[in-house]
Write a protein that binds this ligand. Structure first.
Ligand code: GUN
Ligand code: ZN
Length: 506
């Protein structure tokens, strides 16, 4: 049991949590995003991050501080919080990222963790090995053994109230990611960053990112706070939260600003190419693209960085509200329409619907069918599994329309794409209160047909009649041969779909 992290609310594998950071004497709400502070280059002053952006936790690099005489001296004498003039909580990284960028660093886990402790860090990091994607399996295993030794070295150090990170590596090998997660969860370290995903994100490989994170999550325990190292683009936050990440760190806001780039929830724009600013943050309300372009480099960079942070925190609040309202997947679906790489990521997420189903709440707000991908949501999968356990009477009508006025059947269940059949008594329960389109698509009908098939296969004694509108042939192909199919109208009842839809005018 990890008693410093408490899950308050959940949707899909995403959650709202409370993370206690004892050394900072603070409890912060997750999902949280830590702005990355380069101690040599403060694009936005940390004190402003606290007062204007509400930042309670940030991340900086202890290795850079240790290697820079002026910074090391001041950090050791006055402490990290004084150095950065920030009185919230501070996480520090170890130099591992520098290791992955430059090939070597001159510090051991013992030295750098002790240094992080001495300068007053609230959450410290050992020297893990960020193994890049697509290395040989042998290299991924060898690197992982070194990372696991670094965790053991960190565990052996007395760090008082300071929390410690247990990075999870394993490159693009799901079994290694899972094994690394399981190993990390068994240590008594506190936080679980998933490492070496920056190359995947830089190359827009969001599907592989989702695969790596889901694998790590299978090894970790539900109550492990999970950090996605180096992730902070607003476009991908909803997806990353849905797969189960609680913490993010953004260098993107500053790095992109330096390159004249403007972040949005559906990608990155070049200031040079913008005629309008599609945002209402304080910067975008005051400025126009032209005015921004006329500023001196430093001012333009700072203003772009501020906008970048505003959109990022706005998205984070939207995500938290979506978790509360139970419509996080609808948000992920919207983000998937903003960028093809996010679309890949969303589809990879749905490949893991069975894993998500285990954590997804059984009841939430209204299920909105917003795309063909909605047919692959965990709720659909869960219902299909349940259908196999439902028993049926001798003569059962499954109908997309209302109950018919005839005693030809022992019961009439509703059929609703994408779920398939369900007993009428469940009509007012989640997810059957779903808002679905008047024009169901092929995937929704196929999913409904699969539901029919699951029920039929589990109840061979029952005589099934299926009354449907004009279904796609690919859906009809899924219906078992012994089912009698009728068109709505042939059984003398009215179409229920429009009645169903008017209930959901949200
Ligand atoms: N920053 C981004 N990726 C990583 C990683 O894999 N390990 C560490 N320690 N820091 C990182
Ligand atoms: Zn803005």
């Amino acid at each position: 049991m990890r008693d410093h992290f408490e899950i308050r609310d959940a949707d899909v594998a995403g959650r709202i949590g409370r993370l206690e950071i004892p050394r900072a004497d603070r409890t912060i709400e997750t999902p949280a995003l830590m702005p990355v502070i380069n101690p040599n280059m403060l694009t936005i002053e940390p004190s402003r991050l606290a007062s204007e952006f509400g930042v309670e936790l940030l991340i900086t690099n202890s290795y850079i501080i240790r290697q820079t005489d002026r910074l090391r001296k001041q950090a050791l004498e006055e402490g990290l919080h004084e150095l950065l003039e920030f009185d919230g909580a501070i996480m520090t990284d170890s130099g591992s990222f520098q290791l992955s960028e430059y090939g070597e660093i001159e510090v051991t886990t013992e030295e750098i963790v002790n240094f992080q402790y001495e300068i007053g860090s609230d959450i410290a990091t050992p020297v893990d090995i960020p193994t890049p994607p697509n290395v040989s399996r042998k290299q991924a295993e060898d690197d992982l053994a070194i990372t696991e030794q670094a965790l053991a070295d960190a565990e052996a150090i007395d760090v008082g109230e300071m929390l410690l990170n247990a990075p999870v590596q394993g490159s693009t090998y799901p079994e290694l990611r899972e094994q690394a997660g399981r190993h990390a969860a068994r240590t008594d370290l506190d936080m679980f960053p998933i490492g070496a995903v920056v190359p995947l994100m830089n190359n827009y490989r969001y599907d592989e990112l989702v695969t790596a994170v889901s694998a790590a999550k299978r090894g970790l325990d539900t109550d492990c706070p999970v950090h996605l190292f180096g992730a902070g683009h607003p476009m991908m936050l909803a997806l990353a939260v849905a797969v189960g990440c609680d913490l993010f760190d953004s260098a993107a806001y500053a790095l992109y600003a330096r390159a004249g780039r403007y972040l949005t929830v559906s990608g990155t724009e070049h200031l040079e190419e913008l005629d309008y600013l599609p945002c209402s943050c304080p910067v975008c309300t005051e400025q126009t693209p032209e005015k921004l372009r006329e500023k001196d480099d430093e001012t333009r960079e700072r203003l772009l960085a501020e906008h970048n942070l505003y959109v990022t925190f706005e998205e984070l609040r939207r995500i938290k509200q979506a978790i509360r309202s139970g419509n996080l997947l609808e948000l992920v679906d919207r983000r998937a329409r903003g960028h093809p790489a996010m679309y890949d990521g969303y589809r990879a997420l749905l490949d893991h619907a069975a894993q998500l189903e285990a954590e997804d709440p059984v009841s939430k707000g209204t299920f909105f069918y917003t795309s063909p991908e909605s047919a692959r949501r965990p709720e659909v999968l869960r219902h299909h599994t349940r259908l196999e356990r439902l028993s049926t009477p001798e003569r059962l009508l499954l109908t997309e329309a209302g109950a018919p006025d005839t005693d030809e059947y022992d019961a009439a269940w509703r059929v609703l794409a994408p779920f398939g059949p369900f007993p009428r008594a469940l009509s007012e329960t989640y997810p059957f209160t779903a808002a679905v389109p008047d024009r169901p698509d092929r995937q929704g009908q196929i999913a409904a047909a699969e539901g029919v098939s699951r029920l039929v296969e589990a109840n061979r004694e029952t005589e099934f009649t299926l009354a449907i509108s004009a279904w796609h042939v690919d859906a009809l192909d899924v219906i078992p041969k012994q089912v009698r199919i009728k068109r709505i109208g042939e059984i003398g009842e009215q179409n229920e779909r429009s009645e169903n839809n008017t209930k959901h005018d949200e």
